[in-house]
Design a protein around this ligand. Structure first.
Ligand code: PMP
Length: 444
């Protein structure tokens, strides 16, 4: 399908499945994100199968996949080594709800790969692991407030589903934003424990920390803000967070759900050389199966280790998911693998920049090769924080994404999300992707 433009009606089976789904599934979907991320409106595509960097929908259309399950299918789809390892587990029992040897090997590998990981705990999703890290920080410090940054996303659970994407009217003053619950149903008491701050602004950070002196258990951030179109940390900003948290006895948590094991074997903390007290992992960790982790400083994890701070989960580190993670991390621990991911992404980023430049379309391509986004801002400047993105031309991003989809390239439909590159991308895939990018820009 690459190189060809999808004819009208090419995705009719997806439309019919979506009509049918609405009579049984709430809203026809299994996650609110499916509607924003996997459009196109008014119906999402139903994927039937995938192999390597390609996926096929129920009408048989093929796409080069840069959603890769929000970065989870980091080795590509149906990776043969992963499939073999998982098949073996299917034959011997997927879950016993007991300790298993794979979780030990996996934790040891994470210790070896991730700078902050002195002790590890497993969970099933990023949201759960964030909850675990926040619980650990609160249990250790005896404090309850958490500082989060406007626009950063840390999962759907009540704890931190605050000011994920407030609109301009509700967001409040720039330097002291309102804490805006992401959804009805989040209790005011929970929201009251979250203090929101603009990203990449040292003065605003110090002011918020000073205003709540002695109250914060944790400061949490996405070191590369995947959920804000891969907004990068300003030079020195992560180090500043580290210094301020150390000086004030606050636990610094890096939410590496998107960056972990993807931006290199040691994630963003290794990339930027700033070691948090705790970090959260999911997505790439499981290679497409549901497993997550939080990990960090021995003394911070100690109350959890001693059983005073509680954390549970029937499915945590099941042999099936722990095996998926072990196979995946053994791949990602080879520098050549993450280098290939990075270089592949850089090639696409360059193709976007070239096409935009040739057609004089103002935009910026930001992030790193492994995860990046095209943002259509009038001045073509990279975003520094969430509110910059409110000024971006989301309709143009939507048109770009739609034109890509019609040319067989599948990316997240949401302009504040990003492209994720898998290790399975080949030279041919990259050529086809760059050609589709060029074609998509010709329509803008
Ligand atoms: N943190 C970040 C940075 C994320 O991007 C996400 C998911 N998009 C989460 C946490 C929550 O992870 P999950 O969807 O697995 O609960």
């Amino acid at each position: 399908m690459n190189g060809r433009i999808q004819p009208p009606g090419a995705t009719d089976s997806s439309r019919r499945w979506f009509e049918r789904a609405q009579t049984s599934l709430a809203g026809g979907i299994s996650s609110s994100a499916r509607m924003t991320s996997t459009g196109p409106n008014p119906y999402p595509l139903y994927m039937a199968d995938g192999s390597g960097a390609r996926i096929r929908d129920v009408d048989g259309n093929e796409y080069l996949d840069y959603l890769v399950s929000y970065g989870s299918a980091v080795l590509g789809h149906a990776n043969p080594q992963l499939t073999d390892a998982l098949t073996a587990v299917l034959h011997t029992g997927t879950m016993f709800g007991t300790c298993n040897t794979v979780e030990v090997e996996l934790a040891e590998l994470i210790q070896a790969m991730v700078p902050c990981a002195e002790l590890v705990r497993f969970a099933n999703s990023g949201s759960e692991a964030v909850q675990g890290a926040v619980r650990a920080a609160r249990g250790y410090t005896g404090r309850s407030k958490v500082l989060k940054f406007e626009g950063h996303y840390h999962g759907w659970s009540d704890t931190l589903a605050v000011s994920n994407r407030p609109d301009a009217a509700e967001a409040g003053p720039y330097a002291a934003p309102h804490a805006v619950p992401h959804s009805p149903g989040i209790p005011a008491g929970v929201v009251g424990d979250v203090v929101v701050c603009p990203w990449n602004d040292p003065a605003a950070l110090r002011a918020v920390l000073d205003a709540h002196r002695g109250e914060f258990a944790a400061v949490i951030c996405e070191p590369i803000v995947a959920n804000n179109a891969c907004t990068m940390p300003a030079p020195g900003y992560l180090s500043l967070l580290r210094e301020e948290c150390t000086a004030r006895g606050i636990i610094l948590v890096f939410d590496e759900v998107c960056t972990g094991f993807r931006t290199g074997p040691g994630g963003a903390q290794a990339l930027f050389g700033v070691v948090p007290d705790l970090a959260v992992f999911a997505k790439a960790l499981g290679g497409g199966l549901p497993i997550a982790a939080f990990a960090g400083r021995r003394d911070v994890m100690e109350p959890l280790a001693a059983g005073r701070v509680k954390h549970g989960g029937t499915y945590n580190a099941s042999p099936l998911c722990a095996t998926a993670a072990l196979v995946t991390l053994r791949h990602l621990n080879q520098p050549a693998v993450t280098k290939h991911i990075e270089e592949s992404g850089l090639r696409i980023m360059e193709a976007v920049q070239r096409a935009a430049h040739d057609r004089r379309i103002p935009c910026v391509v930001q992030g790193v090769g492994a995860m990046f986004q095209t943002v259509f801002t009038a001045d073509g400047m990279p975003s520094r924080q969430y509110r910059d993105l409110l000024r971006a031309d989301q309709a143009r991003h939507g048109a770009f994404r739609h034109a890509l989809l019609g040319r067989g390239v599948h990316v997240n439909a949401f302009g504040m999300a990003c492209w994720f590159v898998s290790a399975a991308v080949t030279e041919d895939d990259l050529d086809a992707t760059c050609e589709a990018v060029e074609g998509a820009f010709s329509t803008l």
